[in-house]
Write a protein that binds this ligand. Sequence first.
Ligand code: SF4
Length: 439
Amino acid sequence: MRNPKRFQPSSRKEPAHRLTQCLEEEEPPDLAPGPAQRKKRGPAGSEPSYPPLRVVRPRRDRETRTTHQTFQFRRSFYPGIPDKCWNDWQWQVQNRIRTISQLQRMLQLTAEEIRALEGSETTLPVAVTPYYMSLLSPENSGQALRRTVIPVIDEAIRSAGESEDPLGEEHQSPVPGLVHRYPDRVLLLVLDFCSTYCRYCTRSRVVGRGALFPSRSRLELAFDYIRSHPEIRDVLLSGGDPLTLGDNRLEWILSRLRQIPTVEIIRIGTKIPAVLPQRVTARLTRMLRKYHPLWMSLHFTHPEECTPEAARACAALADSGIPLGSQTVLLRGINDNLEVMKELVHRLLRMRVRPYYLYQCDPILGSAHFRTPVDKGLEIIRGLRGFTSGYAVPTFVVDAPGGGGKVPVMPQTIAGREGMDLLLRNYEDRCFRYPEVVP
Ligand code: SF4
Protein backbone atom coordinates (compact mmCIF):
# COMPACT_ATOMS: atom_id res chain seq x y z
CA MET A 1 0.00 0.00 0.00
CA ARG A 2 1.18 3.47 -0.76
CA ASN A 3 2.43 5.50 2.08
CA PRO A 4 2.32 9.20 1.17
CA LYS A 5 4.18 10.10 4.32
CA ARG A 6 7.31 8.42 2.99
CA PHE A 7 7.55 10.92 0.19
CA GLN A 8 8.34 14.14 1.94
CA PRO A 9 11.97 14.79 1.18
CA SER A 10 11.55 18.49 0.69
CA SER A 11 9.92 19.13 4.03
CA ARG A 12 12.78 17.30 5.68
CA LYS A 13 15.55 18.87 3.67
CA GLU A 14 14.25 22.37 3.13
CA PRO A 15 13.11 23.64 6.51
CA ALA A 16 11.09 26.80 6.08
CA HIS A 17 13.24 28.76 8.50
CA ARG A 18 16.25 28.56 6.23
CA LEU A 19 14.54 30.13 3.27
CA THR A 20 13.68 33.75 2.80
CA GLN A 21 10.56 34.99 4.46
CA CYS A 22 8.57 34.38 1.30
CA LEU A 23 9.49 30.73 1.01
CA GLU A 24 7.33 29.37 3.77
CA GLU A 25 6.55 25.74 3.12
CA GLU A 26 2.84 25.20 2.85
CA GLU A 27 0.64 22.68 1.20
CA PRO A 28 -1.24 23.90 -1.88
CA PRO A 29 -4.92 24.66 -1.33
CA ASP A 30 -7.09 21.64 -1.83
CA LEU A 31 -8.71 22.88 -5.00
CA ALA A 32 -8.04 19.92 -7.20
CA PRO A 33 -11.03 18.59 -9.08
CA GLY A 34 -12.16 15.03 -9.44
CA PRO A 35 -11.37 12.82 -12.42
CA ALA A 36 -14.32 14.12 -14.44
CA GLN A 37 -13.03 17.69 -14.39
CA ARG A 38 -9.49 16.51 -15.00
CA LYS A 39 -10.46 15.17 -18.43
CA LYS A 40 -11.12 18.74 -19.54
CA ARG A 41 -7.38 19.28 -19.94
CA GLY A 42 -7.19 17.66 -23.36
CA PRO A 43 -7.41 14.36 -25.14
CA ALA A 44 -5.31 11.56 -23.71
CA GLY A 45 -2.28 10.37 -25.65
CA SER A 46 -2.35 13.29 -28.05
CA GLU A 47 0.81 15.04 -26.89
CA PRO A 48 2.83 16.43 -29.80
CA SER A 49 6.56 16.65 -29.12
CA TYR A 50 6.30 20.43 -28.94
CA PRO A 51 2.87 21.90 -29.45
CA PRO A 52 2.37 25.21 -31.20
CA LEU A 53 2.07 28.06 -28.75
CA ARG A 54 -1.60 28.89 -28.65
CA VAL A 55 -1.79 32.12 -26.72
CA VAL A 56 -4.91 33.18 -24.90
CA ARG A 57 -5.61 36.40 -23.06
CA PRO A 58 -8.27 35.73 -20.48
CA ARG A 59 -8.03 39.27 -19.11
CA ARG A 60 -6.85 42.57 -20.40
CA ASP A 61 -3.81 42.51 -18.18
CA ARG A 62 -0.76 41.82 -20.33
CA GLU A 63 0.69 39.61 -17.61
CA THR A 64 -2.12 37.09 -17.98
CA ARG A 65 -1.09 36.08 -21.51
CA THR A 66 -0.69 32.37 -21.34
CA THR A 67 -1.01 29.18 -23.33
CA HIS A 68 -4.27 27.37 -23.73
CA GLN A 69 -2.76 24.48 -21.76
CA THR A 70 -1.92 26.62 -18.73
CA PHE A 71 -5.29 28.34 -18.91
CA GLN A 72 -7.08 24.96 -18.82
CA PHE A 73 -4.86 23.71 -16.02
CA ARG A 74 -5.67 26.71 -13.87
CA ARG A 75 -9.34 26.30 -14.54
CA SER A 76 -9.18 22.64 -13.50
CA PHE A 77 -6.94 22.79 -10.44
CA TYR A 78 -6.92 26.37 -9.19
CA PRO A 79 -10.34 27.71 -10.19
CA GLY A 80 -10.64 30.10 -7.25
CA ILE A 81 -7.15 31.51 -7.49
CA PRO A 82 -7.13 35.01 -8.99
CA ASP A 83 -4.48 36.25 -11.43
CA LYS A 84 -3.04 38.32 -8.61
CA CYS A 85 -2.02 35.13 -6.78
CA TRP A 86 -1.14 33.02 -9.81
CA ASN A 87 1.17 35.75 -11.11
CA ASP A 88 2.78 36.22 -7.71
CA TRP A 89 6.06 34.29 -7.53
CA GLN A 90 5.80 33.89 -3.77
CA TRP A 91 2.39 32.27 -4.15
CA GLN A 92 3.88 29.96 -6.76
CA VAL A 93 6.72 28.96 -4.40
CA GLN A 94 4.43 28.50 -1.42
CA ASN A 95 2.16 26.28 -3.49
CA ARG A 96 4.72 24.04 -5.11
CA ILE A 97 3.59 20.48 -5.76
CA ARG A 98 5.71 18.26 -3.55
CA THR A 99 3.82 15.26 -2.27
CA ILE A 100 2.69 12.09 -3.96
CA SER A 101 -0.97 12.84 -3.21
CA GLN A 102 -0.69 16.24 -4.88
CA LEU A 103 1.01 14.70 -7.89
CA GLN A 104 -1.64 12.01 -8.13
CA ARG A 105 -4.36 14.61 -8.33
CA MET A 106 -2.72 16.28 -11.29
CA LEU A 107 -0.98 13.45 -13.15
CA GLN A 108 -1.76 9.86 -13.99
CA LEU A 109 1.34 8.46 -12.33
CA THR A 110 2.85 5.29 -13.72
CA ALA A 111 3.95 2.39 -11.54
CA GLU A 112 7.57 3.41 -12.18
CA GLU A 113 6.95 6.94 -11.04
CA ILE A 114 5.06 5.79 -7.95
CA ARG A 115 7.84 3.41 -7.00
CA ALA A 116 10.38 6.20 -7.33
CA LEU A 117 8.24 8.59 -5.30
CA GLU A 118 7.59 6.09 -2.56
CA GLY A 119 11.10 4.70 -2.42
CA SER A 120 14.01 6.03 -0.45
CA GLU A 121 16.49 5.73 -3.35
CA THR A 122 15.44 9.08 -4.77
CA THR A 123 17.43 11.52 -2.71
CA LEU A 124 16.84 14.65 -4.75
CA PRO A 125 13.68 16.38 -3.50
CA VAL A 126 10.65 16.68 -5.74
CA ALA A 127 9.07 20.09 -6.18
CA VAL A 128 7.28 21.64 -9.15
CA THR A 129 5.74 25.10 -9.29
CA PRO A 130 2.05 25.15 -10.23
CA TYR A 131 3.01 27.11 -13.34
CA TYR A 132 5.51 24.49 -14.51
CA MET A 133 3.10 21.71 -13.57
CA SER A 134 0.65 23.26 -16.02
CA LEU A 135 3.13 22.49 -18.81
CA LEU A 136 3.33 18.79 -17.97
CA SER A 137 1.24 16.18 -19.70
CA PRO A 138 -1.15 14.54 -17.21
CA GLU A 139 -1.37 11.36 -19.26
CA ASN A 140 1.91 10.94 -21.08
CA SER A 141 4.70 9.95 -18.71
CA GLY A 142 7.16 10.11 -21.60
CA GLN A 143 6.50 13.79 -22.26
CA ALA A 144 9.79 15.66 -22.26
CA LEU A 145 9.08 18.21 -19.52
CA ARG A 146 7.46 15.63 -17.28
CA ARG A 147 10.53 13.42 -17.47
CA THR A 148 12.75 16.30 -16.34
CA VAL A 149 10.94 16.85 -13.01
CA ILE A 150 9.07 13.65 -12.08
CA PRO A 151 11.39 10.89 -10.82
CA VAL A 152 11.43 7.36 -12.17
CA ILE A 153 12.94 4.31 -10.58
CA ASP A 154 15.94 4.49 -12.96
CA GLU A 155 17.34 7.14 -10.64
CA ALA A 156 18.16 4.34 -8.23
CA ILE A 157 20.39 2.55 -10.76
CA ARG A 158 24.08 3.24 -10.27
CA SER A 159 26.21 2.88 -13.41
CA ALA A 160 29.94 2.72 -13.95
CA GLY A 161 31.70 6.07 -13.80
CA GLU A 162 28.91 7.87 -11.97
CA SER A 163 29.55 9.77 -8.77
CA GLU A 164 27.89 12.20 -6.41
CA ASP A 165 30.23 14.98 -7.38
CA PRO A 166 31.45 14.15 -10.89
CA LEU A 167 32.92 17.60 -11.46
CA GLY A 168 35.01 17.42 -8.29
CA GLU A 169 33.61 20.71 -7.01
CA GLU A 170 34.10 19.76 -3.37
CA HIS A 171 37.87 19.51 -3.91
CA GLN A 172 38.00 22.92 -5.51
CA SER A 173 36.13 24.77 -2.77
CA PRO A 174 38.45 26.93 -0.68
CA VAL A 175 35.49 28.11 1.43
CA PRO A 176 32.06 26.49 1.73
CA GLY A 177 29.97 27.03 -1.37
CA LEU A 178 32.70 28.70 -3.43
CA VAL A 179 34.30 26.78 -6.30
CA HIS A 180 37.55 28.18 -7.70
CA ARG A 181 38.41 26.08 -10.75
CA TYR A 182 39.44 28.52 -13.44
CA PRO A 183 42.15 31.16 -12.92
CA ASP A 184 40.06 34.33 -13.15
CA ARG A 185 36.56 33.33 -12.11
CA VAL A 186 34.67 31.62 -9.32
CA LEU A 187 31.35 29.92 -8.85
CA LEU A 188 29.47 31.03 -5.74
CA LEU A 189 26.68 28.70 -4.64
CA VAL A 190 24.49 31.17 -2.79
CA LEU A 191 21.86 28.67 -1.62
CA ASP A 192 20.69 25.15 -2.35
CA PHE A 193 17.02 25.93 -2.93
CA CYS A 194 15.24 25.72 -6.30
CA SER A 195 11.59 26.32 -7.04
CA THR A 196 11.53 23.20 -9.23
CA TYR A 197 14.06 20.38 -9.09
CA CYS A 198 15.50 18.91 -12.29
CA ARG A 199 16.09 15.18 -12.04
CA TYR A 200 19.42 15.43 -13.90
CA CYS A 201 20.84 18.25 -11.75
CA THR A 202 24.64 18.28 -11.61
CA ARG A 203 24.41 19.43 -8.00
CA SER A 204 21.85 16.89 -6.90
CA ARG A 205 24.24 16.11 -4.05
CA VAL A 206 23.59 19.61 -2.70
CA VAL A 207 20.28 21.05 -3.84
CA GLY A 208 17.29 20.91 -1.55
CA ARG A 209 19.23 19.49 1.37
CA GLY A 210 19.40 22.50 3.62
CA ALA A 211 23.20 22.44 3.64
CA LEU A 212 23.86 25.74 1.88
CA PHE A 213 22.01 28.54 3.57
CA PRO A 214 22.50 32.07 2.17
CA SER A 215 23.72 33.26 5.53
CA ARG A 216 25.67 36.43 6.01
CA SER A 217 28.52 34.64 7.79
CA ARG A 218 29.07 32.04 5.05
CA LEU A 219 28.80 34.55 2.24
CA GLU A 220 31.14 36.99 3.99
CA LEU A 221 33.78 34.23 3.95
CA ALA A 222 33.28 33.92 0.19
CA PHE A 223 33.51 37.70 -0.30
CA ASP A 224 36.72 37.78 1.76
CA TYR A 225 38.20 35.06 -0.44
CA ILE A 226 37.27 36.92 -3.63
CA ARG A 227 38.66 40.16 -2.22
CA SER A 228 41.94 38.50 -1.35
CA HIS A 229 42.32 37.07 -4.86
CA PRO A 230 42.48 40.06 -7.20
CA GLU A 231 42.85 37.75 -10.20
CA ILE A 232 39.13 36.92 -9.85
CA ARG A 233 37.32 39.20 -12.26
CA ASP A 234 34.16 37.18 -12.89
CA VAL A 235 31.78 35.76 -10.26
CA LEU A 236 29.02 33.35 -11.24
CA LEU A 237 26.16 33.14 -8.73
CA SER A 238 24.45 29.81 -8.80
CA GLY A 239 23.13 27.21 -6.43
CA GLY A 240 20.28 26.22 -6.21
CA ASP A 241 18.66 29.13 -7.93
CA PRO A 242 19.82 32.59 -6.82
CA LEU A 243 16.64 34.22 -8.12
CA THR A 244 14.60 32.36 -5.51
CA LEU A 245 16.11 34.76 -2.99
CA GLY A 246 14.07 37.78 -2.08
CA ASP A 247 15.05 41.09 -3.69
CA ASN A 248 16.70 42.44 -0.56
CA ARG A 249 18.88 39.41 0.07
CA LEU A 250 19.91 39.23 -3.57
CA GLU A 251 20.70 42.94 -3.66
CA TRP A 252 22.82 42.60 -0.56
CA ILE A 253 24.91 39.92 -2.31
CA LEU A 254 25.24 41.94 -5.51
CA SER A 255 26.14 45.12 -3.67
CA ARG A 256 28.79 43.35 -1.58
CA LEU A 257 30.34 41.93 -4.75
CA ARG A 258 30.27 45.34 -6.41
CA GLN A 259 32.26 46.72 -3.47
CA ILE A 260 35.17 44.50 -4.56
CA PRO A 261 36.96 46.60 -7.18
CA THR A 262 38.58 43.64 -8.95
CA VAL A 263 35.23 41.99 -9.74
CA GLU A 264 34.45 43.09 -13.27
CA ILE A 265 31.40 41.06 -14.15
CA ILE A 266 28.76 39.19 -12.22
CA ARG A 267 26.79 36.37 -13.77
CA ILE A 268 23.66 34.71 -12.46
CA GLY A 269 22.78 31.13 -13.40
CA THR A 270 19.04 30.55 -13.15
CA LYS A 271 16.15 28.46 -14.43
CA ILE A 272 13.60 31.01 -13.24
CA PRO A 273 12.30 32.18 -16.65
CA ALA A 274 11.47 28.55 -17.49
CA VAL A 275 9.99 27.34 -14.20
CA LEU A 276 8.89 30.48 -12.35
CA PRO A 277 8.72 33.40 -14.79
CA GLN A 278 6.50 35.28 -12.34
CA ARG A 279 9.67 35.96 -10.33
CA VAL A 280 10.86 38.47 -12.94
CA THR A 281 9.07 41.49 -11.54
CA ALA A 282 9.57 45.16 -12.32
CA ARG A 283 11.06 45.57 -8.84
CA LEU A 284 13.60 42.81 -9.48
CA THR A 285 14.73 44.19 -12.83
CA ARG A 286 14.95 47.73 -11.41
CA MET A 287 17.23 46.38 -8.72
CA LEU A 288 19.35 44.22 -11.05
CA ARG A 289 20.10 47.02 -13.47
CA LYS A 290 21.98 48.86 -10.72
CA TYR A 291 24.68 46.19 -10.75
CA HIS A 292 25.83 46.09 -14.35
CA PRO A 293 27.75 44.58 -16.02
CA LEU A 294 25.47 41.71 -15.09
CA TRP A 295 24.97 38.65 -17.31
CA MET A 296 22.59 35.77 -17.02
CA SER A 297 22.87 32.13 -17.95
CA LEU A 298 19.36 30.78 -18.28
CA HIS A 299 18.53 27.12 -18.25
CA PHE A 300 16.14 25.99 -20.97
CA THR A 301 15.76 22.34 -21.92
CA HIS A 302 12.95 22.04 -24.41
CA PRO A 303 10.87 24.22 -26.74
CA GLU A 304 7.75 23.64 -24.63
CA GLU A 305 9.35 25.81 -21.95
CA CYS A 306 9.31 28.81 -24.30
CA THR A 307 5.85 30.01 -23.33
CA PRO A 308 4.41 33.55 -23.37
CA GLU A 309 5.24 33.78 -19.66
CA ALA A 310 8.87 32.78 -20.26
CA ALA A 311 9.11 35.18 -23.20
CA ARG A 312 7.78 38.03 -21.04
CA ALA A 313 10.33 37.27 -18.31
CA CYS A 314 13.20 37.15 -20.81
CA ALA A 315 12.05 40.37 -22.45
CA ALA A 316 11.99 42.14 -19.07
CA LEU A 317 15.50 40.94 -18.28
CA ALA A 318 16.81 41.83 -21.73
CA ASP A 319 15.15 45.26 -21.54
CA SER A 320 17.09 45.81 -18.32
CA GLY A 321 20.29 45.48 -20.30
CA ILE A 322 21.16 41.96 -19.14
CA PRO A 323 22.71 39.81 -21.89
CA LEU A 324 20.98 36.44 -21.80
CA GLY A 325 22.52 33.10 -22.72
CA SER A 326 20.98 29.69 -22.41
CA GLN A 327 22.57 26.51 -21.14
CA THR A 328 20.90 23.31 -22.20
CA VAL A 329 21.69 19.81 -20.99
CA LEU A 330 21.49 17.15 -23.69
CA LEU A 331 19.03 14.57 -22.39
CA ARG A 332 18.07 11.22 -23.85
CA GLY A 333 14.49 11.10 -25.13
CA ILE A 334 13.95 14.74 -24.14
CA ASN A 335 15.93 16.94 -26.48
CA ASP A 336 18.42 14.60 -28.22
CA ASN A 337 16.80 15.21 -31.54
CA LEU A 338 17.84 17.71 -34.17
CA GLU A 339 14.35 18.99 -34.86
CA VAL A 340 13.58 19.50 -31.16
CA MET A 341 16.91 21.24 -30.60
CA LYS A 342 16.47 23.43 -33.65
CA GLU A 343 13.03 24.46 -32.48
CA LEU A 344 14.45 25.24 -29.03
CA VAL A 345 17.32 27.41 -30.27
CA HIS A 346 15.05 29.27 -32.65
CA ARG A 347 12.50 29.98 -29.94
CA LEU A 348 15.30 31.10 -27.63
CA LEU A 349 16.59 33.58 -30.18
CA ARG A 350 13.08 34.92 -30.62
CA MET A 351 13.04 35.46 -26.85
CA ARG A 352 16.38 37.32 -27.15
CA VAL A 353 18.30 34.49 -25.50
CA ARG A 354 21.49 33.33 -27.18
CA PRO A 355 21.97 29.54 -27.05
CA TYR A 356 25.32 29.45 -25.26
CA TYR A 357 26.23 25.94 -24.14
CA LEU A 358 24.89 22.50 -24.95
CA TYR A 359 26.12 20.28 -22.14
CA GLN A 360 26.79 16.60 -22.24
CA CYS A 361 24.84 15.31 -19.21
CA ASP A 362 27.13 14.92 -16.20
CA PRO A 363 27.52 11.40 -14.79
CA ILE A 364 25.79 12.03 -11.47
CA LEU A 365 24.45 8.99 -9.62
CA GLY A 366 21.46 7.44 -11.38
CA SER A 367 21.82 9.46 -14.58
CA ALA A 368 22.31 6.69 -17.17
CA HIS A 369 18.71 6.97 -18.37
CA PHE A 370 19.34 10.62 -19.20
CA ARG A 371 22.74 10.35 -20.82
CA THR A 372 23.34 10.08 -24.55
CA PRO A 373 26.53 9.13 -26.38
CA VAL A 374 28.74 12.16 -27.01
CA ASP A 375 28.31 11.46 -30.72
CA LYS A 376 24.65 12.46 -30.41
CA GLY A 377 25.67 15.98 -29.39
CA LEU A 378 28.12 16.17 -32.30
CA GLU A 379 25.40 15.02 -34.67
CA ILE A 380 23.10 17.79 -33.43
CA ILE A 381 25.79 20.47 -33.76
CA ARG A 382 26.56 19.22 -37.30
CA GLY A 383 22.85 19.53 -38.07
CA LEU A 384 22.73 23.11 -36.80
CA ARG A 385 25.98 24.67 -37.98
CA GLY A 386 25.55 26.19 -41.39
CA PHE A 387 21.91 25.19 -41.52
CA THR A 388 20.77 27.97 -39.20
CA SER A 389 22.03 31.32 -37.88
CA GLY A 390 25.40 31.17 -36.17
CA TYR A 391 23.83 32.79 -33.10
CA ALA A 392 21.55 29.77 -32.81
CA VAL A 393 24.40 27.28 -32.53
CA PRO A 394 25.58 26.61 -28.97
CA THR A 395 29.01 25.31 -28.05
CA PHE A 396 28.80 21.62 -27.22
CA VAL A 397 30.87 20.89 -24.10
CA VAL A 398 31.71 18.01 -21.86
CA ASP A 399 32.43 19.08 -18.30
CA ALA A 400 35.45 16.92 -17.67
CA PRO A 401 34.91 14.60 -14.71
CA GLY A 402 37.26 15.22 -11.82
CA GLY A 403 37.37 18.99 -12.20
CA GLY A 404 38.95 19.34 -15.62
CA GLY A 405 36.56 22.09 -16.64
CA LYS A 406 34.48 22.48 -19.76
CA VAL A 407 35.97 20.93 -22.86
CA PRO A 408 34.38 21.97 -26.16
CA VAL A 409 33.71 19.03 -28.45
CA MET A 410 33.38 20.00 -32.08
CA PRO A 411 32.83 18.31 -35.39
CA GLN A 412 36.08 18.04 -37.34
CA THR A 413 36.32 20.89 -39.84
CA ILE A 414 40.01 20.80 -40.71
CA ALA A 415 40.45 18.05 -43.31
CA GLY A 416 44.25 18.41 -43.51
CA ARG A 417 46.93 20.35 -45.40
CA GLU A 418 48.33 20.24 -48.90
CA GLY A 419 51.45 22.33 -49.30
CA MET A 420 50.52 25.78 -48.01
CA ASP A 421 46.82 25.12 -48.36
CA LEU A 422 44.60 24.38 -45.41
CA LEU A 423 41.84 21.96 -46.34
CA LEU A 424 38.53 22.86 -44.76
CA ARG A 425 35.36 20.86 -44.60
CA ASN A 426 32.15 22.94 -44.76
CA TYR A 427 28.71 22.22 -43.31
CA GLU A 428 27.74 20.29 -46.48
CA ASP A 429 30.83 18.10 -46.06
CA ARG A 430 32.46 19.68 -49.10
CA CYS A 431 36.18 20.45 -49.06
CA PHE A 432 37.68 23.89 -49.67
CA ARG A 433 41.24 25.22 -49.72
CA TYR A 434 42.43 28.24 -47.81
CA PRO A 435 45.83 29.57 -49.00
CA GLU A 436 47.82 30.37 -45.90
CA VAL A 437 50.41 33.12 -45.81
CA VAL A 438 54.01 32.16 -45.23
CA PRO A 439 55.10 33.98 -42.06
S1 SF4 B 1 17.34 24.65 -11.48
FE1 SF4 B 1 19.53 24.21 -11.74
S2 SF4 B 1 20.30 23.94 -9.66
FE2 SF4 B 1 18.06 23.76 -9.56
S3 SF4 B 1 17.64 21.58 -9.76
FE3 SF4 B 1 17.53 22.44 -11.83
S4 SF4 B 1 19.62 22.16 -12.67
FE4 SF4 B 1 19.75 21.92 -10.41
